[in-house]
Every structure is written in structure tokens, then in C-alpha cells.
Design a protein around this ligand. Structure first.
Ligand SMILES: [Cu+2]
Length: 274
């Protein structure tokens, strides 16, 4: 009975509540959907935050202690102490040690993002002013992905994040993303996957992710790229392998690369004739 009730509530929730996107009054990261992001969240929550908190509290204590203990009313005669070798060694060594302790897991996380495992799906994201173009080089698929204007949004589609043609990838598969741009610098970023790479004209940057749950994930261009920088969102649907295969079949017809190239050629010929 309880299960049925919970399931009904689940079905009634609009898509936006379940989607992976920024929430009002959100503090911290979006819910992780990959091992890379798990590592980043762990490093932030269990390494950086405790160290930052401890240092801040300690410094605050020192300032308060110095203010009270050495206040002018109690110390008519000012101290002439100018240095203390032992304390100077300590306050140089301790921060060094803290940095070394932080560096070890930090580099581990950094290199795990940099080393791309054998890709099972490859997609290419191309930044344009101001939309994303996508290619599936192995599947001969190419399409553009424009933001949906506010007036055209359908129920459950988040504002400034929804696009007309969404990217589809299978769950639990290594997805390699090749990122480039056609005009200025852009950046392809998806917070839930822990992915953010600059899109540089004339250069291909690579990154990867392996989504560990299905769902719709939203990201945005993260490099200031001009007047409509805020209007080139990224939508990635993580689906089961069967659903992905179904999408591929449809996309190979709808977004076939040769067909599109032929159409461009045809349009040019017609223009020339006229
Ligand atoms: Cu951009």
C-alpha cells in the first residue's frame, strides 16, 4: 500500500523536480551521477571543508585571544619582542604539511579525470555563438541543439536549460566527449558528471564520463562567449542501452550526416543557378 502511494507521488511529480539541475536555494553541488563527481564531492566535503573550517576557527581564536590578552588597557608598556625562531619555523612548516596532505588526493582526482578509459560511445560537441552542435562520429549522426525559448517551453521543461535536440548516451558506458568551438571560446560543462572542458577553436579537448544512473542532466556553456552566453544550455539524456539503440535508429535517419551534407550542397547549387 505504502509502495503504491509512494509510486503515485513519484508519477505526479513534474519532471523538473526529479531532473538534475540547479535548485532554488541550493548549497553545494548537484547530486553526483558519476564516479568522477563522487571523487570531487568526497574531496570537497571530507578534505577541503574540514581543513578550511579548522583553519578559519583557529585564526579567529588567535585574533580574539590577541585582542583580549594584549589589549592596551592591560598592557601600558608595549612589548618589544620582534621575532621567535621556533614559532616562525612552525608557521612555515605546518601550512606546507597541510598543502602536501591536500595535494595527494587532489592529484589523484585530477588524473582520474585526465586519463580516458577505452571509449564505448564517442560524441563531439562543437560550440557556436550561441548553440551547441553535436556529432556521433561512429554513427554518422550530426545535429544542432538550440535552447527552447521561454514562450515555447512545455510542462516540466526547465527555463534556460531545455534544448530542442537532446544528447542521448547509454547508462554505465564510458562516453568520450571531444570538445571544440567554431568561433570563440566556449566550455562544455555538466555538473552532475563532474565534467567541464573549454571548447577552443582549432583544437580538440577531450574528456569523459560514465553516468551511473539514468535521467535528464542539464549543463551550461561555462566560458563567457558573448551576448547570448547564458542561452546555450546542454541537455544529456542518460538512458538504458535498449532505449539508446532505439534513439540511434531514429537519429540515424533524422540526423544522417550525408543527407545533411547533400542538402547543403543542393542548397548551394540552387543558389548558384539563381
Ligand atoms: Cu558559449
Amino acid at each position: 500500500m505504502l509502495k503504491k502511494f509512494a509510486y503515485t507521488i513519484f508519477l505526479l511529480l513534474p519532471g523538473s523536480v526529479l531532473a538534475n539541475q540547479p535548485k532554488d536555494w541550493q548549497l553545494g553541488f548537484q547530486k553526483s551521477a558519476s564516479e568522477t563527481m563522487d571523487d570531487i564531492v568526497w574531496f570537497h566535503d571530507y578534505m577541503l571543508l574540514p581543513v578550511i573550517t579548522a583553519i578559519t576557527v583557529f585564526v579567529l581564536f588567535l585574533i580574539a585571544y590577541a585582542c583580549i590578552r594584549f589589549r592596551a588597557s592591560k598592557n601600558k608598556e608595549a612589548s618589544t619582542t620582534s621575532h621567535n625562531t621556533f614559532i616562525e619555523v612552525i608557521w612555515t612548516l605546518v601550512p606546507c604539511l597541510i598543502l602536501i596532505v591536500l595535494a595527494v588526493p587532489s592529484f589523484k582526482v585530477l588524473y582520474s579525470q585526465d586519463e580516458i578509459p577505452k571509449a564505448e560511445v564517442t560524441i563531439k560537441a562543437i560550440g557556436y555563438q550561441w548553440y551547441w552542435g553535436y556529432e556521433y562520429p561512429d554513427e554518422n549522426i550530426i545535429f544542432d541543439s538550440y535552447m527552447i525559448e521561454e514562450k515555447d517551453l512545455k510542462e516540466g521543461q526547465p527555463r534556460l536549460l531545455s534544448v530542442d535536440n537532446e544528447v542521448y548516451v547509454p547508462v554505465n558506458k564510458v562516453v568520450k566527449v571531444m570538445i571544440t568551438a567554431n568561433d570563440v571560446l566556449h566550455a562544455w560543462a555538466l555538473p552532475s558528471f563532474g565534467v567541464k572542458r573549454d571548447a577552443v577553436p582549432g583544437r580538440i579537448n577531450e574528456t569523459w564520463f560514465k553516468a551511473d544512473r539514468t535521467g535528464t542532466f542539464y549543463g551550461q556553456c561555462s566560458e563567457l562567449c558573448g551576448i547570448k552566453h547564458a542561452f546555450m544550455p546542454i541537455t544529456v539524456n542518460v538512458v538504458s542501452q535498449e532505449e539508446y539503440n532505439q534513439w540511434l535508429e531514429k537519429a540515424k535517419v533524422e540526423f544522417a550526416k550525408e543527407e545533411i551534407n547533400n542538402n547543403i550542397k543542393l542548397a548551394k547549387q540552387i543558389k548558384e543557378i539563381n
